[in-house]
Every structure is written in structure tokens, then in C-alpha cells.
Design a protein around this ligand. Structure first.
Ligand SMILES: [Ca+2]
Length: 218
């Protein structure tokens, strides 16, 4: 701490103490036996101290240190947002042309997290859903699609966007999607209730004005 800074802090601390003493100026009687007035005065002083602490922060460097001992075990709340954690086409045309899905996992903290996101895609007719996980332009990966991740900072997101298609084109069907995240180790995530979301894609056999997000396929 620089000399000027130290002087400033001492001055600020003195001013703070003077203000606190003024707030207690009414405490002129000692509490003894049935001296109710002294008791009431002490209660008023306690309220004055609380009000003073609300209105005046303790000067920098004079705070009481708060001991914080790490538990030694990481804990982090991984979650997939029900609003945006799993984005899939609401409807698509049943061709071999690929579409995208995006899965996003968030680390709610407090520690840095690791784990695995698994996306499953099951069709109503039992046909396969194929993805291009390595981005080489060919759809060769069968559901489930697994995305491990490490070193996800508290408050950070990790997203994967993948092209996919259905294995049997020209079939009217429905794809049921589920994305689930599991921490590594699983017990590091204290809240499993926000770890999974589901979505649906309606697959139609002709274009017919469809293919966009949010439309009604029927
Ligand atoms: Ca969780």
C-alpha cells in the first residue's frame, strides 16, 4: 500500500469511527436492575449501529477477514437451458439434405466443471438419425451423440452445432430429441433436476412451405 493511500485509509477510518460514536451519543445511562429506560436506550443504540452500518461502508483495509477454507472437492451445477439448451428444427423435409442441431451446456458454478453431454435422437418409425460429428460432410454417426467437455469455467457455456439427417428419406415421421449432461464425477453436480431437456422435429415428405423454425407441420 502506498503512503498516500495508507494516509487516506487512516483518515477514512477515523471519520467512520467518529460517525459511529455520534450515532451512539444518546447512550448516557448504564443498564442496571430494572432500569427500563437504559434498556430502551441500549436497544435504540443497537438500531443506530445497524442503520449506520447500512449507510456507511467500513473503510478499505479495516474489514474483518472472512475465513474461507476450500472443501477440497469441486462442486458445480451443470445445466441445459429448457429455453435454448437444445435447438433443433421444429420441422424438416425428409431428404438426405442435412439440418443442424445445437446443444449448449452451462456451468452454474461455483467451481470449474467437466462432464459429458449426450444427445439422443429417436424417430417414430424406428429409422436412424445420422450426424456428421467430425464435420467432414458425411453422415456416418448414429445416435446417441456424445460430447465430453473439460475446464468449463463457472458461468461459461459450451456449445456444439452438428449437421444431421435421417437415414431413410421420403418418410413422414417425428424425431424425439433428448439432451442430458452428466458431471465428471457425477456427484460434483448437486442439482440433477436441470440436466436434461427434450425437443421434437416433425419430418415431412414434401417442401410445401415448411422447413422453418416454429411452424406447424400439419
Ligand atoms: Ca445440474
Amino acid at each position: 500500500m502506498l503512503a498516500d493511500e495508507s494516509s487516506f485509509v487512516c483518515s477514512a477510518a477515523k471519520s467512520w469511527l467518529v460517525g459511529l460514536r455520534r450515532s451512539l451519543a444518546s447512550n448516557v445511562e448504564e443498564f442496571a436492575g430494572d432500569n427500563v429506560r437504559a434498556f430502551a436506550t441500549a436497544a435504540d443504540d443497537a438500531r443506530a449501529v445497524i442503520a449506520f452500518m447500512h449507510n456507511w461502508q467500513v473503510p478499505v483495509g479495516y474489514e474483518t477477514a472472512i475465513p474461507c477454507t476450500p472443501s477440497g472437492e469441486d462442486s458445480y451445477d451443470l445445466l441445459i437451458s429448457p429455453q435454448s439448451g437444445l435447438q433443433v428444427p421444429v420441422q424438416m423435409v425428409s431428404t438426405t439434405e442435412g439440418r443442424e442441431f445445437t446443444v449448449t451446456v452451462t456451468n452454474g458454478g461455483p467451481d470449474t466443471g467437466a462432464g459429458t453431454v449426450t444427445v439422443t435422437a429417436d424417430t417414430a418409425d424406428g429409422g436412424p438419425v445420422l450426424a456428421d460429428l467430425d464435420g467432414d460432410g458425411t453422415f456416418t454417426d448414429l445416435s446417441p451423440f456424445v460430447f465430453p467437455f473439460t475446464n468449463l469455467a463457472p458461468g461459461a457455456n459450451s456449445s456444439r452445432t452438428v449437421m444431421f439427417t435421417i437415414g431413410e428419406p421420403n418418410v413422414r415421421t417425428q424425431i424425439s430429441w433428448t439432451a442430458t449432461v452428466v458431471a465428471d464425477p457425477p456427484e460434483a453436480d448437486p442439482n440433477p433436476l436441470n440436466n436434461s431437456v427434450s425437443a421434437t422435429t416433425n419430418v415431412r415428405t414434401t417442401g410445401g412451405g415448411g422447413g422453418g423454425q416454429g411452424g406447424n407441420p400439419n
